[in-house]
Each structure stands twice: as structure tokens, then as C-alpha cells.
Design a protein around this ligand. Structure first.
Ligand code: NAP
Length: 259
């Protein structure tokens, strides 16, 4: 399918690895020029080179922490005006509800709620002026079904979800759509580190931990960054202009709910 976005420009945050990288790769395959970001320069440059070689699009790589004001300023300066924004950052650490301090909450809110909001505030006015734009926020299945140990994530990401629910309806009339993608378990570094943590606490091998977690998913496996990226690219396509303010779950059926 021709996604109709060849020649558009996108900013994809936290995109040297994992789901962000999957989104960047799929947008590049559709002919979109990219600004990509992550903190570590080496992996970021390697991803930028691979995307250029595979798809022949322009890729600008900015190594910066997207959750800091200074990092965002660097990224936004390089991005200039973009047609597509994919927000993403690392997830908060697991823990216990009674242990988290105010500082822990502020850190999680900064990374997973206030950063995507700041990026939307910076880039959506230009999209609205030009009459076309796409925003996809990578959130989590924890928005729909809370994960106890990830209370910092549950809290920050539902805050973002509330912001998007109202804002998406305010900008849709200007040709800008905002939607959230909710990943279930995907085979990325993040999933590997959660498997390792589970293996340690349960006294099993990491492979056993992976098998146990995969068995909780009706699809019987983890999702891939490629599948995730393909959905992101579709949401950014010309065909998705009527999808507004939605929370789309990609979880292999893991959340047992009718709606
Ligand atoms: P990942 O494989 O660990 O990749 C994270 C990417 O984000 C890397 O490129 C990393 O590069 C970059 N990054 C992290 N913090 C950053 C920051 N502050 N500024 C800029 N770049 C940053 O993680 P993932 O699995 O793709 O997860 C992406 C998001 O989806 C996370 O928020 C995660 O919690 C959420 N999620 C993932 C799953 C899953 O199963 N994979 C499920 C639910 C939710 P640097 O470290 O070099 O910065």
C-alpha cells in the first residue's frame, strides 16, 4: 500500500533501538525524511546509517536526552518544522507504590507525560498552519490495564492519555491527528531487561522467564519492532486522517477485554 507520505519530514524520538527504531524504519520505508534522537551517539549513528542505506532518505541524528529542556531544545532546533512527530522515551523503573518519592514521580511525569506534551506544543502549531500533521505517542498497555510494579509508568502515561483525549479533538479540524500506540510485550532491550529482572527474582533462567511471559500472550510470542513500526507508519499515512484521539493496543491479545 502506498502510504502517501513520501517526502514528508518526521521527528522520531528515542529511536536508536526498539520500538522507536521500528517506527523510524517504517516511516523511512514510506519515503519520509527523518530526524531521529537518542542519548547514546554510537547506536544512534549506526541506526541512522542503516536507515539511509536501506531506504535512501535523509536522516539527521541528534544525540540528546529528550526528557530534559536542553535536550529537547537541541532536537527541536534540528527538526525545524516537521509533518510527523513520534514521541517516545525510556520507561520508568519498576518498584513498590509505597516507596516512590515526589522526585520519582516528577521524573516519570517529566519523561513520559510532560516531554511528549512539550513536543506537541512546539510542533503542532506549525502542522496546523500547514493544514496537515500526524502525532503518534508511544505509551503502554499499562494505560489500559495497570501493571502493579510499573506504577510510575501507569501514572505518567494515563496523564498523557488524558491530555491527548482532549487535545486531539481541538486540532483535528486543522488536519492534524494525534493518537497513542499502546505496546504490550515486544522483543526489545526493554523486554530483555524485564525478563532478566524476573529471572533473578524467581530464580529461573532468562529464557524460562521469556517463555513464561510469552505464555501469557494469546499470540504465544512477543511482538516485533517491525510490526509496531508498520502500525505507526499507517497512523502517519494519508489514509489515517479520520483516526483521531485513539489508543491502539498492540499486545497479541494479552489484555482480556471486549473493548
Ligand atoms: P528500548 O529497546 O530500551 O529502546 C529505548 C530507546 O529509547 C533507545 O533508543 C534509547 O537510546 C532511547 N532512549 C531512552 N531514554 C531516552 C531519553 N531520555 N532520551 C532520548 N532517547 C532515549 O525500549 P523499547 O522497548 O523500545 O520501549 C520504548 C517505550 O515503550 C518505553 O517507554 C517503554 O517503557 C515502552 N514500552 C515497551 C514495551 C516493550 O515490551 N518493549 C511494553 C510497554 C511499553 P539511549 O538509551 O541511547 O538514549
Amino acid at each position: 500500500m502506498d502510504l502517501g507520505i513520501k517526502g514528508k519530514r518526521a521527528l522520531v524520538c528515542a529511536a536508536s533501538k526498539g520500538l522507536g527504531r521500528g517506527c523510524a524504519m517504517a516511516l523511512a520505508e514510506a519515503g519520509v525524511d527523518l530526524v531521529i534522537n537518542a542519548r547514546g551517539a554510537e547506536a544512534l549513528e549506526a541506526t541512522a546509517t542503516e536507515i539511509r542505506n536501506r531506504h535512501g532518505v535523509t536522516v539527521t541524528a541528534i544525540a540528546a536526552d529528550i526528557t530534559t529542556e536542553a535536550g529537547r531544545a537541541n532536537v527541536l532546533e534540528a527538526a525545524g518544522s516537521v509533518d510527523i512527530l513520534v514521541t517516545n522515551a525510556g520507561g520508568p523503573p519498576p518498584g513498590m507504590w509505597s516507596d516512590w518519592s515526589r522526585e520519582d514521580f516528577i521524573k516519570a511525569l517529566d519523561a513520559n507525560m510532560l516531554t511528549p506534551i512539550a513536543l506537541m506544543q512546539a510542533l503542532m502549531p506549525g502542522m496546523m498552519d500547514r493544514g496537515w500533521g500526524r502525532v503518534v505517542n508511544i505509551t503502554s498497555q499499562s494505560v489500559k490495564a495497570p501493571i502493579g510494579a510499573l506504577g510510575l509508568s501507569n501514572t505518567a502515561r494515563t496523564g498523557l492519555t488524558g491530555f491527548v483525549a482532549g487535545t486531539a479533538r481541538q486540532v483535528a479540524g486543522k488536519g492534524v491527528t494525534v493518537n497513542n500506540l499502546l505496546p504490550g510485550i515486544h522483543a526489545t532491550d526493554r523486554a530483555i531487561s524485564l525478563d532478566a529482572a524476573m529471572a533473578k527474582t524467581q530464580g529461573i533462567t532468562p529464557a524460562e522467564a521469556t517463555a513464561r511471559r510469552a505464555a501469557t500472550i494469546p499470540a504465544g510470542r512477543y511482538g516485533t519492532a517491525e510490526e509496531f513500526g508498520a502500525m505507526c507508519a499507517f497512523l502517519c499515512s494519508m489514509h489515517a486522517g479520520f483516526i483521531v484521539g485513539q489508543n491502539i493496543l498492540l499486545d497479541g491479545g494479552a489484555i482480556n477485554a471486549t473493548l
